[in-house]
Design a protein around this ligand. Structure first.
Ligand code: GDP
Length: 363
C-alpha cells in the first residue's frame, strides 16, 4: 500500500493528528493484510460514490481502498548528521511515497515551540534543509560508487552520472528535488535512488480551533510558500480532528454543518494525499460487495485487473465498463446498458476515474 510519512518539528501537533488517524481506523476484518505497526495508521479513502453503490446494489459487503500514514518521529535540526533519532528517522522516511509536513500555525503560550517563536516558513526551511542534506549525502555516496564504472566506459553509469550532477546542482541551490523538470528516463532512475526531497510534499497547516473559517497570517504564509512550489496545503485543527475521530457520526455531521464544511480536515488530507500520489479510483460493484480500488493515473484495463488479482492481468480478455456517474444519473445497471453507456473495452483501454468494471479473463 502507498505510504505517506508525517514529519514536522516537535510540538507542532503530529501525534495529535496521528491519533486522529489511528482512531478512525478501518474495519480490520476487511483489511487482513494491513500492516499493524505502532507507527502506521491505515485509513479509508473517503468516497461518497462507494456509499451510493452500496445503496444501489444493496451490497452485503463494503470495502474501501486505503492509504497508510506513517508517524515519523525524530526530525530536529541536525538529524542528517545523526542527531536525535537521525538515522532511524531517515530509514523510516525513505520507504514512504509522499511526505506530509505538519507546520505549527497556532499561537499558544502554554505550548513551547522548540525554536522559541511561531514562524511556519522558518520551520519548513529547517525541515527541508535536513532532508536536502540527507539527499546530498546520498547523491555523493552514489557518485563515489559509480566513479570506477564511468572510467571503464559503462553507458548506464554515464547516464546516471549526468543525472546525479543535475541533482547535486539542484540541492546546492537549496531547492527540493521534486522541483526538477526531468524526462521519463531520468525520472525512472531517480525513483530508484529513494531520495527524500524527490517525493511529493503536502503541507498541513495546524491552527487553533477558532481559526478554521478564515486563514490566519501563518496559514497565508504557508499557502504562498507552497503554491510557488506547486504543493498542496491542507488547513486543519489537529485537536478537533482528534475529538472528531472519537465522536459519533451524528456529532460529526453536526460539527461540520456548523462549520459549513463538507468533510473533516482529516478527510481533506487523505484526499490531498491521494491526488498528490497521482491516484484515481475504479470500482467493482454488485450485490455481494462494493469495492473501491486505487490505481495510478494512466494505467490500462489489464493493469487495473491485475490490482485485484495477478491472474486477472495475465488472462485478461476484455472488460465491461461504465462510469458510475452514469449509473447515479440513470439509476440502474440495466438503464446504463439501455442507454448504450456500458462499453466493452480491450487491452489498450486507459482506465478513468470512476469507472466500474467487470473483468473477463482466462484462467
Ligand atoms: P508533536 O510533538 O508534533 O507530536 O505534537 P503534539 O501532537 O504532541 O502536540 C503538542 C501540543 O500542541 C499538545 O499539547 C497538543 O494538545 C497541542 N496541539 C496539537 N494540535 C493543536 C491544535 O490544532 N491547536 C492547538 N491549540 N493546540 C494543539
Amino acid at each position: 500500500a502507498l505510504k505517506v510519512g508525517i514529519v514536522g518539528l516537535p510540538n507542532v501537533g503530529k501525534s495529535t493528528l496521528f491519533n486522529a488517524i489511528t482512531n478512525s481506523k478501518v474495519e480490520a476484518a476487511n483489511y487482513p493484510f494491513a500492516t499493524i505497526e505502532p507507527n502506521v495508521g491505515v485509513v479509508e479513502v473517503p468516497d461518497v460514490r462507494l456509499d451510493k453503490l452500496m445503496n444501489i446494489f444493496q451490497s452485503k459487503k463494503r470495502v474501501a481502498t486505503t492509504i497508510e500514514f506513517v508517524d515519523i518521529a525524530g526530525l530536529i535540526a541536525g538529524a542528517s548528521k545523526g542527531e536525535g533519532l537521525g538515522n532511524a528517522f531517515l530509514a523510516n522516511i525513505r520507504e514512504t511515497d509522499a511526505i506530509c509536513e505538519v507546520v505549527r500555525c497556532f499561537d499558544n503560550k502554554d505550548i513551547t515551540h522548540v525554536e522559541g517563536t511561531v514562524d511556519p516558513i522558518r520551520d519548513i526551511e529547517i525541515i527541508n534543509l535536513e532532508l536536502m542534506l540527507a539527499d546530498e549525502a546520498t547523491v555523493q555516496k552514489r557518485l563515489e560508487r559509480i566513479a570506477p564504472k564511468i572510467k571503464s566506459g559503462d553507458k548506464l553509469a554515464k547516464i546516471e552520472n549526468e543525472l546525479l550532477q543535475k541533482l547535486k546542482v539542484c540541492l546546492s541551490e537549496n531547492k527540493l528535488l521534486n522541483t526538477l523538470d526531468l524526462n521519463e528516463e531520468e525520472a525512472k532512475i531517480l525513483k530508484g535512488f529513494q531520495l527524500l526531497t524527490a517525493k511529493p510534499f503536502i503541507y498541513v497547516a495546524n491552527v487553533n480551533d477558532d481559526e478554521l473559517a478564515d486563514d490566519n497570517q501563518y496559514v497565508k504564509q504557508v499557502k504562498e510558500y507552497a503554491e510557488k512550489l506547486g504543493n498542496k496545503v491542507v488547513k486543519i485543527c489537529a485537536k478537533i480532528e482528534e475529538e472528531l475521530s472519537e465522536a459519533t457520526q451524528d456529532e460529526r455531521t453536526l460539527f461540520l454543518s456548523e462549520l459549513g464544511a463538507e468533510q473533516t480536515g482529516l478527510e481533506s488530507l487523505i484526499k490531498a494525499a491521494y491526488d498528490t500520489l497521482g491516484l484515481q479510483t475504479f470500482f467493482t460493484a454488485g450485490p455481494q460487495e462494493s469495492h473501491s480500488w486505487q490505481f495510478k493515473k494512466g494505467m490500462t484495463a489489464p493493469q487495473c485487473a491485475g490490482i485485484i488479482h495477478t491472474d486477472f492481468e495475465k488472462g485478461f480478455i476484455k472488460a465491461d465498463v461504465y462510469n458510475v456517474k452514469d449509473l447515479f444519473e440513470l439509476g440502474s445497471e440495466k438503464a446504463v446498458k439501455d442507454a448504450g453507456k456500458m462499453r466493452l473495452e480491450g487491452k489498450q483501454y486507459i482506465m478513468q476515474d470512476g469507472d466500474s468494471c467487470f473483468f473477463k479473463f482466462n484462467n
